[in-house]
Design a protein around this ligand. Structure first.
Ligand SMILES: *Cc1c(COP(=O)(O)O)cnc(C)c1O
Length: 409
Protein backbone atom coordinates (compact mmCIF):
# COMPACT_ATOMS: atom_id res chain seq x y z
CA UNK A 1 0.00 0.00 0.00
CA UNK A 2 1.24 3.45 -0.80
CA UNK A 3 0.87 5.72 2.17
CA UNK A 4 0.36 9.41 1.73
CA UNK A 5 3.82 10.03 3.11
CA UNK A 6 5.42 7.61 0.68
CA UNK A 7 3.49 9.19 -2.16
CA UNK A 8 4.74 12.62 -1.24
CA UNK A 9 8.26 11.26 -0.91
CA UNK A 10 8.03 9.64 -4.35
CA UNK A 11 6.56 12.75 -5.90
CA UNK A 12 9.33 14.84 -4.44
CA UNK A 13 11.76 12.81 -6.54
CA UNK A 14 10.05 14.16 -9.66
CA UNK A 15 10.98 17.72 -10.53
CA UNK A 16 8.12 20.19 -10.26
CA UNK A 17 6.53 21.11 -13.58
CA UNK A 18 7.92 24.63 -13.46
CA UNK A 19 11.40 23.21 -13.17
CA UNK A 20 10.98 20.82 -16.10
CA UNK A 21 12.36 23.05 -18.81
CA UNK A 22 15.62 23.46 -17.01
CA UNK A 23 16.05 19.79 -16.20
CA UNK A 24 14.94 18.49 -19.57
CA UNK A 25 18.52 18.11 -20.74
CA UNK A 26 19.44 16.10 -17.71
CA UNK A 27 16.34 13.93 -18.16
CA UNK A 28 16.20 13.18 -21.89
CA UNK A 29 13.16 10.92 -21.51
CA UNK A 30 11.15 13.95 -20.42
CA UNK A 31 12.39 16.20 -23.18
CA UNK A 32 9.36 16.20 -25.45
CA UNK A 33 10.75 19.11 -27.48
CA UNK A 34 13.50 16.90 -28.83
CA UNK A 35 12.68 15.21 -32.12
CA UNK A 36 15.88 13.16 -32.27
CA UNK A 37 15.17 9.68 -30.93
CA UNK A 38 17.25 8.95 -27.88
CA UNK A 39 17.45 5.30 -28.80
CA UNK A 40 17.42 3.11 -31.86
CA UNK A 41 14.57 0.94 -30.61
CA UNK A 42 14.17 -1.31 -33.64
CA UNK A 43 17.89 -2.01 -33.69
CA UNK A 44 17.92 -2.67 -29.97
CA UNK A 45 15.02 -5.10 -30.33
CA UNK A 46 16.58 -6.75 -33.35
CA UNK A 47 13.58 -5.77 -35.51
CA UNK A 48 14.41 -5.54 -39.22
CA UNK A 49 13.56 -2.27 -40.94
CA UNK A 50 13.41 -2.13 -44.74
CA UNK A 51 12.86 -0.10 -47.86
CA UNK A 52 9.23 -0.70 -48.85
CA UNK A 53 9.07 -1.18 -52.63
CA UNK A 54 5.97 -3.36 -52.25
CA UNK A 55 3.03 -1.14 -51.24
CA UNK A 56 0.61 -0.50 -48.38
CA UNK A 57 0.55 -3.94 -46.81
CA UNK A 58 -0.73 -4.30 -43.26
CA UNK A 59 1.93 -6.97 -42.62
CA UNK A 60 4.56 -4.38 -43.59
CA UNK A 61 2.91 -1.81 -41.30
CA UNK A 62 1.07 0.11 -44.02
CA UNK A 63 2.50 3.53 -44.75
CA UNK A 64 4.74 6.18 -43.20
CA UNK A 65 3.06 9.18 -41.64
CA UNK A 66 4.20 12.68 -42.62
CA UNK A 67 6.11 14.71 -40.00
CA UNK A 68 3.10 17.08 -39.90
CA UNK A 69 0.86 14.16 -38.90
CA UNK A 70 3.33 13.08 -36.21
CA UNK A 71 3.38 16.66 -34.95
CA UNK A 72 -0.43 16.58 -34.65
CA UNK A 73 -0.21 13.29 -32.77
CA UNK A 74 2.34 14.70 -30.37
CA UNK A 75 0.20 17.84 -29.97
CA UNK A 76 -2.84 15.72 -29.10
CA UNK A 77 -0.89 13.75 -26.52
CA UNK A 78 -0.47 16.77 -24.28
CA UNK A 79 -4.07 17.47 -23.27
CA UNK A 80 -7.16 15.63 -22.16
CA UNK A 81 -10.33 16.09 -24.18
CA UNK A 82 -13.72 14.34 -24.16
CA UNK A 83 -13.59 11.52 -26.68
CA UNK A 84 -17.12 12.10 -28.04
CA UNK A 85 -16.58 15.83 -28.43
CA UNK A 86 -13.38 15.23 -30.38
CA UNK A 87 -15.09 12.66 -32.62
CA UNK A 88 -18.01 15.08 -33.19
CA UNK A 89 -15.80 17.97 -34.20
CA UNK A 90 -13.22 16.02 -36.18
CA UNK A 91 -16.08 14.16 -37.87
CA UNK A 92 -17.69 17.44 -38.87
CA UNK A 93 -14.41 18.76 -40.31
CA UNK A 94 -13.72 15.53 -42.20
CA UNK A 95 -17.28 15.40 -43.55
CA UNK A 96 -16.97 18.91 -44.96
CA UNK A 97 -13.54 18.16 -46.47
CA UNK A 98 -14.82 15.16 -48.40
CA UNK A 99 -18.34 16.47 -49.13
CA UNK A 100 -20.02 13.83 -47.00
CA UNK A 101 -23.06 14.32 -44.79
CA UNK A 102 -21.41 12.71 -41.76
CA UNK A 103 -18.10 11.06 -40.88
CA UNK A 104 -16.36 9.29 -38.04
CA UNK A 105 -12.80 8.11 -37.51
CA UNK A 106 -12.74 4.36 -36.92
CA UNK A 107 -9.94 1.94 -36.17
CA UNK A 108 -9.32 0.94 -39.79
CA UNK A 109 -11.60 0.20 -42.73
CA UNK A 110 -12.38 -3.18 -41.19
CA UNK A 111 -13.96 -1.61 -38.12
CA UNK A 112 -15.71 0.97 -40.33
CA UNK A 113 -17.49 -1.98 -41.99
CA UNK A 114 -18.52 -3.55 -38.68
CA UNK A 115 -19.55 -0.28 -37.08
CA UNK A 116 -21.42 1.08 -40.09
CA UNK A 117 -23.46 -2.09 -40.14
CA UNK A 118 -24.22 -1.80 -36.41
CA UNK A 119 -25.68 1.64 -37.13
CA UNK A 120 -27.98 0.15 -39.75
CA UNK A 121 -29.05 -2.67 -37.43
CA UNK A 122 -29.61 -0.70 -34.24
CA UNK A 123 -30.74 2.73 -35.31
CA UNK A 124 -30.74 5.03 -32.27
CA UNK A 125 -31.50 2.17 -29.84
CA UNK A 126 -28.84 1.58 -27.18
CA UNK A 127 -30.46 -1.67 -26.06
CA UNK A 128 -30.02 -3.07 -29.53
CA UNK A 129 -26.38 -1.94 -29.56
CA UNK A 130 -25.88 -3.85 -26.32
CA UNK A 131 -27.49 -6.98 -27.82
CA UNK A 132 -25.20 -7.25 -30.88
CA UNK A 133 -23.97 -9.83 -31.99
CA UNK A 134 -27.07 -11.73 -30.75
CA UNK A 135 -29.76 -10.54 -33.11
CA UNK A 136 -32.46 -13.12 -32.52
CA UNK A 137 -35.58 -11.86 -30.80
CA UNK A 138 -34.38 -8.23 -30.85
CA UNK A 139 -36.31 -7.09 -33.90
CA UNK A 140 -33.05 -6.33 -35.69
CA UNK A 141 -32.64 -7.56 -39.26
CA UNK A 142 -30.30 -10.49 -39.73
CA UNK A 143 -28.92 -10.60 -43.28
CA UNK A 144 -26.48 -8.79 -45.53
CA UNK A 145 -26.14 -9.57 -49.22
CA UNK A 146 -22.95 -9.30 -51.26
CA UNK A 147 -21.55 -10.69 -54.50
CA UNK A 148 -19.70 -14.02 -54.53
CA UNK A 149 -16.92 -12.39 -56.53
CA UNK A 150 -16.43 -9.96 -53.63
CA UNK A 151 -15.69 -12.63 -51.04
CA UNK A 152 -12.55 -11.11 -49.52
CA UNK A 153 -11.30 -12.04 -46.03
CA UNK A 154 -12.27 -8.60 -44.70
CA UNK A 155 -15.94 -9.38 -45.31
CA UNK A 156 -15.63 -11.06 -41.92
CA UNK A 157 -16.16 -7.55 -40.54
CA UNK A 158 -19.86 -7.93 -41.40
CA UNK A 159 -20.18 -11.20 -39.49
CA UNK A 160 -18.90 -9.57 -36.29
CA UNK A 161 -22.34 -8.03 -35.90
CA UNK A 162 -24.02 -11.43 -35.92
CA UNK A 163 -25.58 -11.14 -39.36
CA UNK A 164 -25.70 -13.91 -41.91
CA UNK A 165 -23.91 -12.96 -45.12
CA UNK A 166 -25.56 -14.21 -48.30
CA UNK A 167 -23.48 -14.38 -51.45
CA UNK A 168 -25.04 -14.09 -54.88
CA UNK A 169 -23.70 -14.10 -58.40
CA UNK A 170 -26.06 -12.20 -60.70
CA UNK A 171 -28.49 -9.29 -60.54
CA UNK A 172 -31.37 -11.76 -60.68
CA UNK A 173 -30.00 -13.75 -57.74
CA UNK A 174 -29.41 -10.55 -55.81
CA UNK A 175 -32.97 -9.30 -56.28
CA UNK A 176 -34.35 -12.73 -55.42
CA UNK A 177 -32.29 -12.93 -52.22
CA UNK A 178 -33.68 -9.64 -50.88
CA UNK A 179 -36.29 -10.30 -48.19
CA UNK A 180 -37.69 -8.71 -45.04
CA UNK A 181 -34.56 -9.75 -43.09
CA UNK A 182 -32.20 -7.93 -45.43
CA UNK A 183 -30.41 -5.21 -43.49
CA UNK A 184 -27.93 -3.96 -46.07
CA UNK A 185 -26.17 -4.60 -49.38
CA UNK A 186 -22.36 -4.68 -49.33
CA UNK A 187 -19.99 -3.95 -52.22
CA UNK A 188 -16.19 -4.28 -52.45
CA UNK A 189 -14.82 -1.71 -54.88
CA UNK A 190 -11.51 -3.55 -55.32
CA UNK A 191 -13.45 -6.42 -56.90
CA UNK A 192 -15.70 -4.23 -59.07
CA UNK A 193 -14.59 -5.80 -62.35
CA UNK A 194 -14.70 -9.39 -61.03
CA UNK A 195 -18.45 -9.44 -60.41
CA UNK A 196 -21.48 -9.59 -62.67
CA UNK A 197 -22.95 -6.45 -61.10
CA UNK A 198 -20.80 -3.33 -61.04
CA UNK A 199 -20.67 -0.40 -58.71
CA UNK A 200 -23.35 1.86 -60.29
CA UNK A 201 -25.83 -0.91 -61.02
CA UNK A 202 -25.39 -2.22 -57.48
CA UNK A 203 -26.41 1.08 -55.89
CA UNK A 204 -29.38 1.35 -58.26
CA UNK A 205 -30.59 -2.05 -57.06
CA UNK A 206 -30.21 -0.98 -53.42
CA UNK A 207 -32.19 2.21 -54.08
CA UNK A 208 -34.90 0.37 -55.99
CA UNK A 209 -35.40 -1.89 -52.96
CA UNK A 210 -35.05 0.92 -50.44
CA UNK A 211 -32.05 -0.73 -48.77
CA UNK A 212 -28.91 0.87 -47.35
CA UNK A 213 -25.71 0.11 -49.25
CA UNK A 214 -22.12 0.13 -48.04
CA UNK A 215 -18.97 0.10 -50.13
CA UNK A 216 -15.51 -1.03 -48.99
CA UNK A 217 -13.04 1.41 -50.56
CA UNK A 218 -10.19 0.62 -48.17
CA UNK A 219 -7.39 0.83 -50.76
CA UNK A 220 -9.12 3.20 -53.19
CA UNK A 221 -7.12 6.41 -52.96
CA UNK A 222 -5.59 7.51 -55.24
CA UNK A 223 -7.43 8.93 -57.07
CA UNK A 224 -8.34 11.54 -54.47
CA UNK A 225 -11.82 12.02 -56.01
CA UNK A 226 -12.79 8.59 -54.72
CA UNK A 227 -13.17 10.19 -51.29
CA UNK A 228 -16.48 11.68 -52.50
CA UNK A 229 -17.27 9.73 -55.68
CA UNK A 230 -19.21 6.94 -53.96
CA UNK A 231 -21.23 9.02 -51.51
CA UNK A 232 -22.21 11.16 -54.54
CA UNK A 233 -23.12 7.96 -56.39
CA UNK A 234 -25.58 7.20 -53.59
CA UNK A 235 -23.76 4.78 -51.30
CA UNK A 236 -24.97 5.32 -47.74
CA UNK A 237 -21.66 4.32 -46.21
CA UNK A 238 -18.11 4.38 -47.60
CA UNK A 239 -15.20 2.78 -45.74
CA UNK A 240 -11.56 3.86 -46.21
CA UNK A 241 -8.31 2.78 -44.59
CA UNK A 242 -6.49 5.60 -42.88
CA UNK A 243 -3.05 4.05 -43.11
CA UNK A 244 -2.87 3.26 -46.82
CA UNK A 245 -2.86 5.96 -49.52
CA UNK A 246 -3.92 8.70 -47.10
CA UNK A 247 -0.88 7.95 -44.93
CA UNK A 248 -2.67 8.46 -41.65
CA UNK A 249 -2.24 6.24 -38.60
CA UNK A 250 -2.11 2.59 -39.64
CA UNK A 251 -4.84 1.68 -37.15
CA UNK A 252 -7.23 4.44 -38.25
CA UNK A 253 -9.94 4.49 -40.88
CA UNK A 254 -12.87 6.55 -42.13
CA UNK A 255 -16.57 5.80 -42.20
CA UNK A 256 -18.22 8.37 -44.47
CA UNK A 257 -21.80 8.87 -45.59
CA UNK A 258 -25.29 9.17 -44.16
CA UNK A 259 -25.84 10.59 -40.67
CA UNK A 260 -28.88 8.33 -40.42
CA UNK A 261 -26.61 5.27 -40.11
CA UNK A 262 -23.25 6.59 -38.95
CA UNK A 263 -24.55 8.59 -35.99
CA UNK A 264 -26.19 5.48 -34.50
CA UNK A 265 -23.00 3.56 -35.28
CA UNK A 266 -21.39 5.77 -32.65
CA UNK A 267 -23.57 3.98 -30.08
CA UNK A 268 -21.40 0.93 -30.66
CA UNK A 269 -18.13 2.86 -30.30
CA UNK A 270 -15.97 3.78 -27.32
CA UNK A 271 -16.41 5.23 -24.75
CA UNK A 272 -19.60 3.11 -24.56
CA UNK A 273 -18.54 -0.20 -23.07
CA UNK A 274 -21.34 -2.70 -23.52
CA UNK A 275 -20.93 -2.90 -27.28
CA UNK A 276 -19.29 -4.96 -29.99
CA UNK A 277 -17.22 -1.94 -31.01
CA UNK A 278 -15.60 -1.28 -27.65
CA UNK A 279 -12.50 -3.20 -28.67
CA UNK A 280 -12.19 -0.99 -31.76
CA UNK A 281 -11.15 1.99 -29.69
CA UNK A 282 -9.30 4.81 -31.36
CA UNK A 283 -7.36 7.29 -29.27
CA UNK A 284 -7.37 11.06 -29.51
CA UNK A 285 -3.90 11.09 -31.06
CA UNK A 286 -5.01 8.86 -33.94
CA UNK A 287 -8.29 10.72 -34.40
CA UNK A 288 -6.45 14.01 -34.80
CA UNK A 289 -3.65 12.37 -36.80
CA UNK A 290 -6.22 10.94 -39.20
CA UNK A 291 -7.81 14.33 -39.76
CA UNK A 292 -4.47 16.04 -40.38
CA UNK A 293 -3.28 13.26 -42.69
CA UNK A 294 -6.46 13.69 -44.71
CA UNK A 295 -5.95 17.48 -44.89
CA UNK A 296 -2.41 17.03 -46.21
CA UNK A 297 -3.54 14.33 -48.59
CA UNK A 298 -6.24 16.58 -50.05
CA UNK A 299 -3.90 19.56 -50.35
CA UNK A 300 -1.04 17.83 -52.14
CA UNK A 301 -0.23 18.19 -55.83
CA UNK A 302 -1.49 14.80 -57.01
CA UNK A 303 -0.43 15.27 -60.63
CA UNK A 304 3.12 16.09 -59.55
CA UNK A 305 3.23 13.07 -57.25
CA UNK A 306 1.96 10.83 -60.05
CA UNK A 307 4.71 12.10 -62.36
CA UNK A 308 7.29 11.37 -59.67
CA UNK A 309 6.01 7.80 -59.33
CA UNK A 310 6.18 7.32 -63.09
CA UNK A 311 9.76 8.58 -63.19
CA UNK A 312 10.78 6.39 -60.26
CA UNK A 313 9.14 3.33 -61.80
CA UNK A 314 10.89 4.05 -65.13
CA UNK A 315 14.25 4.26 -63.34
CA UNK A 316 13.75 0.93 -61.56
CA UNK A 317 12.28 -0.72 -64.67
CA UNK A 318 15.18 0.39 -66.88
CA UNK A 319 17.71 -0.94 -64.39
CA UNK A 320 15.92 -4.30 -64.25
CA UNK A 321 15.53 -4.74 -67.99
CA UNK A 322 19.18 -3.87 -68.62
CA UNK A 323 19.83 -7.44 -67.42
CA UNK A 324 19.47 -9.89 -70.36
CA UNK A 325 16.39 -12.10 -69.99
CA UNK A 326 14.36 -9.59 -67.98
CA UNK A 327 11.02 -8.22 -69.20
CA UNK A 328 9.22 -5.33 -67.53
CA UNK A 329 5.79 -3.81 -67.86
CA UNK A 330 4.10 -0.91 -66.06
CA UNK A 331 0.42 -1.30 -65.23
CA UNK A 332 -2.04 0.73 -63.17
CA UNK A 333 -4.77 -1.32 -61.47
CA UNK A 334 -8.18 0.11 -62.41
CA UNK A 335 -9.50 -0.24 -58.86
CA UNK A 336 -7.65 -0.46 -55.52
CA UNK A 337 -3.95 0.38 -55.27
CA UNK A 338 -4.44 2.56 -58.36
CA UNK A 339 -0.75 3.47 -58.82
CA UNK A 340 1.97 2.75 -61.40
CA UNK A 341 3.05 -0.82 -60.70
CA UNK A 342 6.15 -2.37 -62.24
CA UNK A 343 5.86 -6.02 -63.20
CA UNK A 344 9.26 -7.67 -63.56
CA UNK A 345 9.58 -11.19 -64.97
CA UNK A 346 12.52 -13.14 -66.29
CA UNK A 347 13.53 -16.09 -68.43
CA UNK A 348 14.34 -18.87 -65.99
CA UNK A 349 16.88 -20.33 -68.41
CA UNK A 350 18.93 -17.13 -68.36
CA UNK A 351 18.24 -16.29 -64.72
CA UNK A 352 17.58 -19.52 -62.80
CA UNK A 353 16.36 -17.84 -59.62
CA UNK A 354 12.81 -18.10 -58.33
CA UNK A 355 10.95 -15.01 -57.21
CA UNK A 356 11.02 -16.37 -53.65
CA UNK A 357 14.85 -16.60 -53.78
CA UNK A 358 15.16 -13.19 -55.38
CA UNK A 359 12.97 -11.63 -52.71
CA UNK A 360 15.03 -13.33 -50.06
CA UNK A 361 18.24 -11.87 -51.50
CA UNK A 362 16.71 -8.40 -51.57
CA UNK A 363 15.53 -8.88 -48.02
CA UNK A 364 18.95 -9.94 -46.80
CA UNK A 365 20.81 -7.08 -48.50
CA UNK A 366 21.79 -3.82 -46.93
CA UNK A 367 19.47 -1.97 -46.84
CA UNK A 368 16.86 -4.71 -46.73
CA UNK A 369 14.24 -4.29 -49.47
CA UNK A 370 10.72 -5.72 -49.74
CA UNK A 371 8.98 -6.15 -53.09
CA UNK A 372 5.57 -7.68 -53.87
CA UNK A 373 4.26 -10.85 -55.51
CA UNK A 374 4.28 -11.07 -59.29
CA UNK A 375 1.59 -12.63 -61.46
CA UNK A 376 -0.13 -15.55 -59.68
CA UNK A 377 1.30 -18.86 -60.86
CA UNK A 378 4.49 -17.35 -62.32
CA UNK A 379 7.46 -18.38 -60.16
CA UNK A 380 9.73 -15.97 -62.03
CA UNK A 381 7.99 -12.64 -61.48
CA UNK A 382 7.74 -9.92 -58.88
CA UNK A 383 6.06 -6.54 -58.76
CA UNK A 384 7.21 -3.21 -57.42
CA UNK A 385 5.65 0.11 -56.52
CA UNK A 386 7.53 3.24 -55.53
CA UNK A 387 4.45 4.59 -53.72
CA UNK A 388 5.79 3.98 -50.24
CA UNK A 389 9.43 4.88 -50.91
CA UNK A 390 11.09 7.82 -49.29
CA UNK A 391 12.14 9.86 -52.37
CA UNK A 392 15.70 8.87 -53.28
CA UNK A 393 15.24 5.23 -52.28
CA UNK A 394 14.23 4.40 -55.86
CA UNK A 395 17.94 4.61 -56.75
CA UNK A 396 18.79 2.02 -54.11
CA UNK A 397 15.97 -0.26 -55.30
CA UNK A 398 17.06 0.11 -58.95
CA UNK A 399 20.71 -0.71 -58.20
CA UNK A 400 19.97 -3.66 -55.92
CA UNK A 401 17.39 -5.17 -58.24
CA UNK A 402 19.84 -4.99 -61.14
CA UNK A 403 22.52 -6.55 -58.93
CA UNK A 404 20.46 -9.52 -57.72
CA UNK A 405 19.09 -10.18 -61.21
CA UNK A 406 22.63 -10.09 -62.65
CA UNK A 407 23.95 -12.36 -59.89
CA UNK A 408 21.24 -14.83 -60.75
CA UNK A 409 22.22 -14.83 -64.41
C1 LIG B 1 -6.87 -3.11 -46.39
C2 LIG B 1 -8.24 -3.49 -46.71
C3 LIG B 1 -9.21 -3.63 -45.70
C4 LIG B 1 -8.87 -3.47 -44.24
O1 LIG B 1 -8.52 -2.16 -43.96
P1 LIG B 1 -7.89 -1.73 -42.56
O2 LIG B 1 -7.82 -0.24 -42.65
O3 LIG B 1 -6.55 -2.37 -42.47
O4 LIG B 1 -8.81 -2.18 -41.49
C5 LIG B 1 -10.50 -3.92 -46.08
N1 LIG B 1 -10.84 -4.09 -47.38
C6 LIG B 1 -9.94 -3.97 -48.38
C7 LIG B 1 -10.39 -4.16 -49.80
C8 LIG B 1 -8.60 -3.68 -48.08
O5 LIG B 1 -7.71 -3.56 -49.06
Amino acid sequence: MITRRKLIRNLSAVPLLGGLAGTAKALPFLDVSSTAPAKDYFKELGVRTFVNAAGTYTAMTGSLMLPEVLAAIQYASKDFVMLDELQDKVGKRIASLVHSEYAVVTSGAFSAITLGLTGVLTGPDEKKAAAIPHLEGTGMKTEVIMLKAHDIPYAHALKNTGVKVLQVDTREELEKAINDQTAMLFFVNANNFDGKVQVEEFIQIAKAHNLPAMIDCAADVPPVENLWRFTKMGYDMVCFSGGKGIRGPQSAGLLLGAEKYIKPARLSMAPRGNTVGRGMKINKEEILGMMVALEYYLAKDHAKEWKMWEEQIALVGNAAKSVPGVVTEVKVPAVANHIPTLHVSWDEKKIPVTAADLRDRLRKGNPSIEVADGQPGNKYAISITTWMLVPGQEKIVAARLKEVLSQGA
